[in-house]
Design a protein around this ligand. Structure first.
Ligand code: FE2
Ligand code: FE2
Length: 358
């Protein structure tokens, strides 16, 4: 992982060793320009820490993964696909909410912007951003409307963890050892497509609705992971600017999650093979009730009152390794070589080891 070891040039060491001129040439005007105040005084500016770089590289990898999967959803279910050959999928998604195609396209745009920003930020700090292009070899959907290009993620063999649903309706907290049941137990068992895999999937209205329902819960699964991941890693950054980045992009993930949380509850009750969705909008206990989408106040910090919060945000759950392991268990990387998994886990371990340097 050579690129992780390449540190940005350190401004102070240039000054110390009299290599300022060389520093200007290699570091670029922007970097040094920020080191001088309006009064012309030298302002001490730390270069980005190794920990911050590790966090940003992992987040960039996560955003590249998100972008890859959201692009696949957009090709078949986004606003651009309306009236096209995947209309049957769109009609099924619209049972969850009439605005689903717009939301899918917008979520995709947001992920693309997260990738572009983090990529550019790392470059501006003299780092080589992580690149996963050589792993874009998975065959995607054969359904009409899907581009025939290599993919990083597999949306056709998912085991979706829906425990986030009951977690956010509970007064207990995963960070404090609580465990939560699945909202849709059969979705966690076996492998299910969240996009139509071929033309044949459109021929059975019940089956295409099951695929759209699966997507509905998968959207929220992805974004709840982003919600916790950014909040967890934000506690480990050193630079105020990097903190600003992680809490600001993290906030966007929270907004995505909340929208998808609301829509998943409208999944149509049905049975399709081994998969069963029940109507969560009527006659449900509070642990499943569809419209309880605000985070229930829960245990947070020992000895203090319950609090409405995003969760988990502690180590060992949806930290970097936890999020990547969650994506692996989800089936997102089925078909990828071990090298790809190991690269992601390496990046995740490096990010989780970061500690704030004051
Ligand atoms: Fe994102
Ligand atoms: Fe996201």
């Amino acid at each position: 992982m050579k690129q992780l070891e390449e540190q940005a040039p350190n401004r102070r060491s240039f000054l110390k060793t009299g290599m300022l001129a060389a520093g200007v040439a290699t570091a670029g005007v922007g970097m040094l320009g920020r080191g001088v105040s309006a009064f012309g005084e030298e302002r001490e500016e730390r270069s980005i820490t190794k920990g911050d770089i590790a966090i940003l590289q992992l987040l960039l990898a996560a955003e590249i993964i998100e972008t890859d999967l959201w692009r696949q959803y957009r090709e078949l279910g986004g606003i651009e696909a309306i009236g096209g050959p995947s209309q049957g999928y769109i009609t099924a998604l619209e049972q969850l909410d009439g605005d689903m195609p717009q939301y899918i396209s917008d979520n995709t745009d947001d992920e693309i912007s997260h990738v572009a920003f983090l990529h550019a930020y790392l470059k501006s700090k003299g780092q080589r951003p992580i690149n996963l292009d050589k792993f874009r070899n998975l065959q995607g959907s054969a359904a009409p409307g899907a581009k025939k290009i290599g993919r990083l993620t597999n949306l056709m063999q998912l085991s979706v963890d829906t425990s986030w649903w009951t977690r956010y309706r509970s007064k207990e907290n995963l960070d404090l050892g609580a465990k939560f049941p699945q909202a849709v137990p059969s979705l966690k068992v076996g492998r299910h497509p969240a996009i139509p895999t071929s033309q044949a999937d459109f021929n059975d209205a019940n089956h295409i609705q099951a695929i759209a329902n699966t997507a509905g819960f998968h959207f929220a699964f992805i974004e709840q992971a982003g919600t916790s991941l950014y909040a967890t890693l934000s506690q480990r950054v050193s630079s105020r600017e990097v903190l600003r980045i992680t809490i600001s992009i993290g906030g966007s993930e929270i907004m995505h999650f909340q929208v998808w949380h609301d829509k998943a509850g409208n999944a149509v009750a049905l049975t399709d093979g081994s998969l069963t969705f029940q109507n969560l909008t009527v006659n449900q206990p509070e642990s499943l009730q569809a419209n309880l989408i605000m985070p229930e106040p829960c245990d947070f910090i020992d000895g203090l009152p319950e609090c409405s919060i995003i969760r988990p945000t502690g180590a060992g759950h949806l930290d970097a390794v936890g999020a990547i392991n969650g994506f692996i268990a989800d089936g997102l990387f089925i078909g990828q070589p071990n090298e790809f998994i190991q690269l992601l886990l390496h990046l995740a371990h490096e990010a989780d080891e970061a500690r704030p340097e004051l």
